[in-house]
Design a binder for this molecule. Structure first.
Ligand SMILES: [Ca+2]
Ligand SMILES: [Ca+2]
Length: 559
């Protein structure tokens, strides 16, 4: 469909955003031209700079389904993921910014930890040149990160280690520098006008996250909708052309062998009015179609970001999996010994999808500070929080550096403080030979990989032990959630797969507790896997009595 694109030749336009940055001002000078047939397959949009100094070429060709096989084990996605901000992970070429070659150098570390999946924050070319959510080209690699060839190598090296790679796909919006938006903003008659959401006159009464989401185009030809930032205009997801565009882009990566996607902001896809702009029914339809496209390929995994209604997006007629945003607070609260949080934690998966993916923090401030800051460096609480979410149903997501207790940066505020260079060593040298692009974590000198690898009591070793436990037991990877209970500051549950039964018990109290687990089969013997040394036998009354030390957990497997 898009290879029939038609634009007005040399159609100049006069800008689109009222917050005219230097970059936006430069783009005011851009003129739009068209490639029809003459530019290789008639599937390319070209924007040419008026001064002849800038050219953007965007591949818009349709992408048919290619190879659908997978290099990975069928249940690879049941293992824990590491969420990685490539810019902050490992610099390989001495420019102070992380890149794909740097990440490849660290795959052995991730494999050693027991991680089986990587979620990469957007790695496509962006106009923000930072977090990457202002996408300029969905089929490219951010220049700071490397090339498509580097990405192919990353994929093959990850697959060799049994790890899948999922990409962050920004479906709701693009950059205001994206050629499609530049064309859309150029004229109300432009054939790509409908790719974005335009109104004229400006609609009244809207507030999205406290902001009026309608922005003027300087050419006075309408107002565009942008729910997050004027630099990130929302796509018109009612348009079949936009849908086709996204599905072609998804197949571009799937055909390369990408193992799936994390979808950004799926609660914000379609708007129906000033009081109906979040979690609309149409969003589930959009994501269901996306899921169908991805399911044409073997063993792919997708997970959605939908804080406002995670459970609805985790259903099979939507994304099929979503982050458990409403669980994180209970995990941290339980670790701190809050009895109400412990009860909520025990009850969570009784009534919700087992495809809700647990985590304790991520790259966004609204989801919480880094775990280290949330528990103020209390290592006992930190270890309890980690065990609480890594042994639950759902595919767990670890935020990079969480496994070593990285703190946020004391010298930064907002999201940037959560997105600091990885603390490989006591200083910046483990990350880069140059000055890093951003300040380091506040506790880099005391919490870093170099020190923790050889310390048997470290957080790193705790995470490694938990992931090894999860990786080696089907019941913990994919088993059902059974017999959950909470009493004061203690909690327990079972994970069951076929004949494999695993019991997980927590004492979140700061003093030792005696646990009486009831309704078990008399005479059954439970062998210790973690946190205990002796086999526990169920009494003739069906009770397992155990003493758990302060702030500890014990894991058993039924013989
Ligand atoms: Ca670099
Ligand atoms: Ca939207």
């Amino acid at each position: 469909m898009l290879d029939q694109v038609q634009l007005n030749t040399k159609e100049c336009f006069f800008g689109f955003a009222r917050n005219a940055s230097a970059q936006a001002l430069r783009s005011l000078l851009l003129c739009v031209s068209v490639c029809l047939g003459a530019c290789g397959g008639a599937s390319v949009i070209t924007l040419e700079a008026g001064a002849g100094s800038e050219t953007q070429v965007l591949d818009m060709g349709s992408v048919p389904q290619g190879t659908t096989t997978s290099a990975l084990a069928s249940d690879w996605w049941r293992g824990a993921f590491m969420q990685i901000y490539v810019r902050a992970y490992q610099d390989s070429d001495g420019d102070g910014k992380g890149d794909l070659k740097g990440l490849i150098q660290r795959l052995d570390y991730l494999q050693g930890l027991g991680v089986q999946g990587l979620w990469l924050l957007p790695i496509t070319e962006s106009s923000d040149r930072d977090h990457g959510y202002a996408v300029k080209n969905y089929r490219s690699i951010e220049a700071d990160y490397g090339t498509l060839a580097d990405f192919d190598l990353l994929l093959s090296e990850a697959h060799k280690r049994g790890m899948g790679v999922i990409l962050d796909f920004v479906i709701n919006h693009s950059s205001n520098q994206h050629p499609l938006f530049l064309n859309s903003a150029s004229s109300s008659k432009n054939t790509q006008r409908n790719y974005f959401v335009w109104q004229n006159p400006k609609p009244a009464g809207w507030q999205v996250y406290g902001q009026d989401p309608w922005y003027a185009s300087n050419w006075a030809n309408g107002f565009y909708f942008a729910g997050f930032s004027p630099t990130m205009p929302d796509f018109n997801l009612r348009s079949s052309e936009v849908e086709t565009f996204h599905h072609d882009n998804l197949r571009f990566w799937l055909n390369k062998g990408v193992d799936g996607f994390r979808f950004d902001a799926v609660g914000n896809l379609v708007e129906n009015g000033p009081s109906a702009w979040e979690v609309q029914a149409e969003n589930h339809v959009v994501m269901s179609k996306v899921r169908q496209t991805i399911q044409q390929y073997s063993q792919r995994f997708m997970v959605c970001e939908a804080p406002a209604n995670s459970n609805a997006f985790a259903q099979a007629d939507s994304c099929g999996s979503a982050f458990a945003f409403d669980l994180s607070g209970s995990v941290v609260g339980a670790a701190k010994g809050d009895a109400a949080a412990i009860q909520k934690l025990a009850d969570y998966y009784k009534t919700r999808s087992a495809n809700l993916a647990p985590f304790v923090s991520n790259h966004d401030r609204f989801a919480g500070d880094r775990l280290w800051n949330q528990v103020q460096g209390n290592l006992a609480q930190y270890k309890l929080a980690a065990a609480s979410y890594l042994l639950l149903p759902g595919t767990p997501f670890i935020y990079y550096g969480e496994e070593i207790g990285m703190a946020s940066a004391s010298t930064l505020s907002g999201d940037a403080a959560l997105r600091t260079p990885m603390s490989w060593t006591t200083d910046a040298k483990g990350f880069s030979t140059a000055t890093p692009f951003r300040s380091l974590s506040a506790n880099v000198s005391s919490q870093n990989v170099a020190q923790q690898l050889s310390d048997s009591t470290s957080l790193y070793q705790h995470y490694k032990q938990l992931l090894a436990l999860r990786n080696s037991h089907t019941a913990l990877r994919s088993g059902t959630y059974e017999a959950a209970w909470a009493l004061q500051k203690t909690m327990g549950f079972q994970r069951v797969a076929g004949t494999e039964k695993i019991m997980v018990l927590f004492n979140y109290d700061t003093q030792g507790s005696t646990l009486n687990v009831t309704n078990l089969t008399p005479g059954d013997a439970w062998a210790p896997l973690m946190g205990a040394t002796a086999t526990a036998t169920v009494s003739s009354a069906g009770v397992l009595q155990l003493n758990l030390p302060a702030q500890s957990l014990a894991v058993f497997k039924k013989n």
